[in-house]
Design a protein around this ligand. Sequence first.
Ligand SMILES: Cc1cc2nc3c(=O)[nH]c(=O)nc-3n(C[C@H](O)[C@H](O)[C@H](O)COP(=O)(O)OP(=O)(O)OC[C@H]3O[C@@H](n4cnc5c(N)ncnc54)[C@H](O)[C@@H]3O)c2cc1C
Length: 259
Amino acid sequence: MLRQKPKIVIIGAGIAGLTAAKTLYTTTQKNSNELFDLCVVEGGNRIGGRILTSEFNGDQIELGATWIHGIEGNPIHKIAQEFNSCQSEKPWECKESKLIDKSVTITEDGYQVNSSLVESISIFYNKMLEFCSGQQNFQDGVCRQILESLNLENGSTKNLSIGSYLKKGLDFFWDLKKDQENVQVFDNWSRKSLEEGVFAMFENIHRHYSSADDLGTLDFNGESEYCNFHGGEMTIAKGYLSVIKSLASVLPDGLIQLC
Ligand SMILES: Cc1cc2nc3c(=O)[nH]c(=O)nc-3n(C[C@H](O)[C@H](O)[C@H](O)COP(=O)(O)OP(=O)(O)OC[C@H]3O[C@@H](n4cnc5c(N)ncnc54)[C@H](O)[C@@H]3O)c2cc1C
């Protein structure tokens, strides 16, 4: 009796799908008698997903992913190097992951927010995030008090979102400052509304980094699963798409099926 070969179908020809396909293909199929049928099914009409390098006025531009965020131990950097994608005659960019010392925060109506106000929220906000990423205890348990005040079922953070946690955190921030008067600082801005605006600015930065449209949909417990790679940040000299093309080039014709 002929036994049917198992089929493995990878959905999506973005960098994740193609890396999985390349790994499966090179570590099993190539050197064995084809243990299974493998294919990548892509819903779009091109490979790459959120990676697309294009050209504008003779220059290479990235329409999707651009940076390798931290090169040390970063698998994208490893893959890009494996395919020589980081070497090119064309210019490429590299930046050290240092924040600019003298950043200024300006409201939409032109008021330059006092740096000490921004700093106090920044410190509070970052410590809140460090707490949920498991990095440290905060201010003798302020974050624990925040969690307790959320009246979680059985005290479990299972269904808690980052959005609700941060929202409650802002109330606690104001509670810590309840002795300070809520003075009018500029036109329509009171101290409290400025603090709220700066807090929202940090939340928006987090939405950008986490690709979450709404922080209410971001899992509190998932925060500890992120890891940051160290080392400088760099672009891929031959273009991010060169990595995609190289990954796909390892696979035999017809293995990737486009729509
Ligand atoms: C504008 C922009 C800038 C970015 N900048 C950076 C950056 O600088 N550095 C960085 O590291 N990351 C950046 N990212 C994020 C990065 O692009 C993504 O994390 C990465 O490309 C995701 O790869 P993926 O394979 O997981 O998913 P995707 O690239 O989204 O690929 C998924 C593929 O699956 C296909 N698909 C989905 N559903 C189905 C289905 N049901 N059937 C068949 N096919 C399906 C899609 O068409 C798509 O091709 C950026 C993203 C964007 C949009």
